[in-house]
Design a protein around this ligand. Structure first.
Ligand code: NAD
Length: 288
């Protein structure tokens, strides 16, 4: 309470639904720990209210905002500038307001890569198999390619609206980076199994394993995995998904949920707004 005064700068989170989010707790604890005069609040904003909400960032001289579904792509036309990664992914999860000029960034991909680094793991020059091409899968694929992952096999359901996005991701990676990306149908189970057998890291960015698809996994047979690979689920509620259980049953040592990515995408946004490093160890201890 002592932090909030006439000088406090507001940072928002614009998404719908959003009341379940851990971000307000994470950022407000971090501001308090460092004695920074910001407050972070969640706002229920859908596509319909989005333009007015973005105007409010300028009108209220807010420092910025996070953006989540369903607004990550829809927000682009309302911003003044985009980071190179946002340009490539067509998505924004963080807005910074510099004297009325709004710049969009995407920190999900860098958050994913940083979370692996935090675990002492390096996937540069390695092979990735990735399921999903939505709000999480797209920035993960693009950032992994930009950072130097050698090959990415992207799987998506063919009869799904995100199939076109998966195609786009493959094209843009092959055109703009040295990574070799390939597009695969999730329906082709033999191909999927082979790609997992051949890769160093399998990442599921589909949300299968989270409500309402709890207790489901795209991989159910532990023999598809090998012990020395990484298995990463972007889901963090529940903390241990069906996919993670199957991977552990296979004896895979490096099995992760999406909490590390959540923390690190937040830490990068925190740095963009405040110029300070988020005390990530403190936050990890406190919340996870
Ligand atoms: P999205 O709706 O944008 O994309 C979902 C993707 O999964 C699409 O490619 C879709 O084709 C595919 N898909 C959906 N249902 C499927 C099914 N039953 N079988 C196979 N494929 C299916 O969603 P999103 O924003 O990319 O979120 C995906 C997951 O990532 C969610 O669980 C979300 O919570 C998580 N996420 C985590 C973080 C983090 O920081 N850890 C950040 C963003 C998203």
């Amino acid at each position: 309470m002592e932090r909030i005064d006439g000088h406090t700068l507001l940072i928002g989170l614009m998404a719908y639904p959003i009341r379940h989010s851990m971000s307000p707790t994470m950022h407000n604890h971090a501001f308090a720990k460092l004695g920074l005069n910001y407050a972070y609040l969640a706002f229920e904003i859908d596509n319909e209210k989005l333009e007015k909400a973005v105007d409010a960032i300028r009108t209220l001289d807010m420092r910025g905002s996070n953006v989540s579904m369903p607004n990550k792509q829809k927000i682009l036309p309302y911003l003044d500038k985009l980071s190179p990664a946002s340009e490539m992914t067509g998505a924004v999860n963080t807005i910074v307001n510099d004297n009325g000029v709004l710049t969009g960034y995407t920190t999900d991909g860098t958050g994913f890569m940083k979370s692996l680094e935090d675990e002492g793991l390096n996937i540069i020059g390695k092979k990735m198999t990735l399921a999903g091409a939505g709000g999480a899968g797209t920035p993960i694929a693009i950032q992994a390619a930009l950072d130097g992952v050698a090959e990415i096999a992207i799987f998506n359901r063919e009869n799904d609206p995100q199939w076109e996005q998966a195609k786009k991701n493959v094209e843009i990676i092959n055109e703009k980076t040295d990574c070799k990306a390939t597009l695969h149908r999730l329906e082709d189970q033999e191909d999927f199994k082979q790609a997992i057998a051949d890769c160093d890291i399998y990442c599921d960015a589909t949300g299968v394993g989270m409500k309402p698809l709890e207790d489901m996994s795209l991989v159910n047979d532990p023999s598809w995995f090998h012990k020395d690979m990484i298995v990463y689920d972007t889901v963090y509620a529940p903390r241990e998904t069906k996919l993670m259980k199957v991977a552990k049953e296979a004896g895979v040592e490096h099995v992760f949920n999406g909490l590390g990515m959540m923390l690190e995408q937040g830490a990068e946004a925190f740095k963009l707004w405040t110029g300070e490093d988020m005390p990530v160890d403190y936050i990890r201890e406190l919340l996870f």
